[in-house]
Design a protein around this ligand. Structure first.
Ligand SMILES: *Cc1c(COP(=O)(O)O)cnc(C)c1O
Length: 409
């Protein structure tokens, strides 16, 4: 049986054919920092038997570009290291990673439990698509384990955790929440949106659940768009887990839905990973300096940052983490109307207005807590979320001070 792993031009082949069937071999002795950008839809098999026998699901081989290339397998292996997981799969955005978990694990008649400070589009998915497919959702107060206990029902098949929560940054008692699910809803799997912690602030698989037994979370979803990229130029997400059977279950849904990522984007994330911890620590230090400065100002009724004593869930942050992501949220004094808050934001020069975070440029965006939450919220004033970039922190504080001057005294 002949193996056709290198195309050979034959005498008489036309130029067009010779340019395609050129005797090219990937250089085996090539060694450099970038792992290489491998692009393909088709992957060749040396013979029919290999085509029939090859498995894609365990990464022992390549079958089709959508199922993985050397570039995406390398990225998945490095992300498994980052997450403390065994298995990782890639998706075209962080939101697609959330969606994959919901679609793989929930069927009509099931329920998902969400923290009230969940990443907004995760809730929107539940309120619209999941509801339409007969899947219910329950909200719980992330700072109150008893509230999660109430949200769990025999139909609960999935519980989402987020630490810190989106925008209001509450850090939950993760071990307490995990123990509550394991005791009261043993049929449910636990997924954490791990974008904030990013594999650096805490290790969700290793938390334990307070009983000293069993795994903490089952699944960690990460918006690689944020810290792993760090460039503000790529959208990607990952789903990590330790359990092989669970990974295969997620893989089959992933494969049937046709999610894939481009090799150039995977290479961009691979380039971001080596500098990720440096960036995370730098932005953490800057955000803490800005939080300390914000506490000295009269324009804010609350400074929300989990490393700040008094911020909601600070004691849980302190029990789980040493580091924090470079994010903080300022609650404006309720005396400022939304036009005044908009004027403050518009007056900023270095903080650019926009979504996402963890890139080089500091970002700012306003939120109205009452519109985002399903449960009662203590927040009255407009919330201004700051995502700290890599600029000089003194310049950022001066920018904030200058912009605050537009507010009435
Ligand atoms: C940004 C973000 C996501 C979604 O990531 P995208 O790649 O933008 O879809 C999910 N969860 C959290 C907490 C995020 O901050």
């Amino acid at each position: 049986m002949a193996d056709h792993d290198v195309s050979e031009p034959a005498e008489g082949d036309a130029l067009a054919t010779r340019l395609i069937h050129h005797a090219y071999r990937a250089p085996a002795d090539w060694d450099a920092i970038p792992p290489g950008v491998f692009k393909a839809s088709t992957v060749f098999f040396p013979n029919v038997q290999a085509l029939r026998e090859r498995r894609w699901i365990d990464k022992s081989a390549y079958t089709y570009g959508l199922k993985g290339t050397p570039t995406t397998y390398t990225l998945e292996a490095r992300l498994a290291e980052l997450e403390g997981a065994e298995h990782v799969m890639l998706l075209p955005s962080g939101l697609a990673a959330i969606t994959l978990v919901d679609l793989a694990l929930l069927k009509a008649g099931d329920e998902v439990a969400l923290p009230d400070n969940v990443y907004g589009p995760n809730l929107a998915l539940a309120q619209h698509e999941l509801r339409g497919w007969g899947i219910g959702h329950q909200m719980y107060d992330p700072l109150d384990v008893a509230s999660l206990a109430q949200a769990l029902t025999p139909a609960t098949k999935l519980v989402w955790l987020e630490a810190a929560g989106s925008v209001t940054m509450e850090f939950p008692d993760l071990r307490g929440l995990v123990r509550c699910v394991r005791e009261r809803a043993p049929q449910a799997l636990i997924a954490i949106d791990h974008t904030w912690g990013a594999g650096l602030a805490f290790k969700p698989f290793d938390l334990g659940n307070g009983t000293g037994e069993g795994q903490a979370v089952d699944i960690a979803v990460h918006a690689l768009t944020k810290f792993p990229s760090g460039g503000g130029d790529v959208l990607m997400g990952s789903v990590a887990c330790r359990d092989r059977a669970l990974h295969e279950r997620l893989c089959w849904t992933h494969s049937r839905l046709g999610f894939g990522v481009g090799a150039d984007d995977a290479a961009a994330i691979l380039r971001g990973l080596p500098t990720m911890e440096l960036r995370y620590r730098t932005q953490d230090q800057a955000a803490r300096r800005i939080a300390a400065w914000a506490l000295t100002r009269g324009e804010f009724s609350r400074v929300l940052h989990p490393a700040l004593p008094g911020s909601p869930g600070h004691e849980h942050w302190a029990a789980h983490c040493e580091l924090a992501a470079g994010l903080l949220t300022l609650e404006m004094q309720p005396r400022y109307g939304s036009a005044q808050v908009d004027a403050f934001i518009d007056a900023l020069r270095l903080f650019r207005i926009g979504w996402s975070w963890a890139g080089p440029v500091s970002l700012v965006a306003p939120y109205e807590a009452r519109r985002m939450r399903q449960l009662p919220t203590p927040y009255q004033g407009t919330l201004v979320r700051l995502c700290i970039g890599l600029e000089d922190v003194g310049d950022l504080i001066r920018d904030l001070e200058r912009a605050l001057a537009v507010l009435p005294a």
